[in-house]
Ligand binder design. Sequence first.
Ligand SMILES: [Zn+2]
Length: 392
Amino acid sequence: MVYTDTRKTLEILEALVAFDTTSYRSNLDLIDYISGYLAEFGISSHRIFNEEKSKANLLATIGSGDRGGILLSGHTDVVPVTGQDWVTDPFKLSIAEGRAYGRGTCDMKGFIACALAAVPDMCRANLAVPIHFAFSYDEEIGCAGVGSMINLMKSNGLNIEACIIGEPSSMKPVTAHTGKSVFKCQFYGTPMHSSLAPEGVNAIAFAGDVIHHLNSLEQAAKSFTITDERFKHPHPTLNIGKISGGKAVNIVAEYCEFDVEYRYPPGSEADYLLNQLPEIIRTAAHEPMNAKSPSASASCQQTVAYPAFKSDFNSPASLFARRLTGSNTDIAVNYGTEAGLFQQSGYSSVVCGPGSIEQAHQPNEFIDLSELSKCDAFMSALIAELSLVEVG
Ligand SMILES: [Zn+2]
């Protein structure tokens, strides 16, 4: 077995962390870095840009062959550090007590660093099947960037045996997670001095009526309960996590908005809120508001949507990850990943990456160095396995 030097992984991780790729910023400098690194080994990178050309996915292939390859998937963006209490500079890797600290170390530049550090060995290995890298943008704002890359993979007829989505799972194979959609609901009333309240249209009051309906919708969603003990809540759940509106207690509120999240386990009803919400908004808010004042209105729009993920225990991706990690788990998690999108497009997928999800998105985010070693060993085992195919 070939062992990758963890120092190389840390060196690359240090470079990756130094790029502030918070989702609202460009990731192009980081993509340039990766593509420059790959070019040193004669590997060409394909960039798939967003419309504004401010961000890009990167797709690259090592080796060739007609047989199905293995795809290593990671997202390059990170969540904001704003308002978080960091002891160290979040964009400077610092190592202490067997941990590497920095934004994205765990979620999920650590995995990308392990994959990149293994490139020299991958190139030397005379692979029987190719290894693909698929590094995306905008995962943290609802898996919004990876779609164009998956479309390209499909239109190019990319033959893939298994996708490994390297989100933090403590290197244990994860075969199911919930799906999610988020809607923004907006209410435009007519302001008025509160002494004339009956003559205005109070945006907050109508938002409240809609929320009341959503509360009963959540109860009704329990009828979509699935039988999968791995999920603590085996039915769709709703959460109104954010609301704002109004200016003062003596003014009829002109505006109100809230965000509502719908989360559901695989096999449950994905589109319940999508199907119900427009009608609720129309009857409980828009029509009565509009009847009082022609300028008053209410509407909703979907801002995030990614599918739930479920892979068979004996799917090619699950078998592959279990063989390589030696971990025979069949875990379901409550966080979302791009796995559902790959799987939905016909690519057998599994989530398996270094670090614990508990450290993701947190201030002083870190990854245990032992997790990076495990992932380096995973890459070595992967190379050995793919080289063996040719021998066998
Ligand atoms: Zn992530």
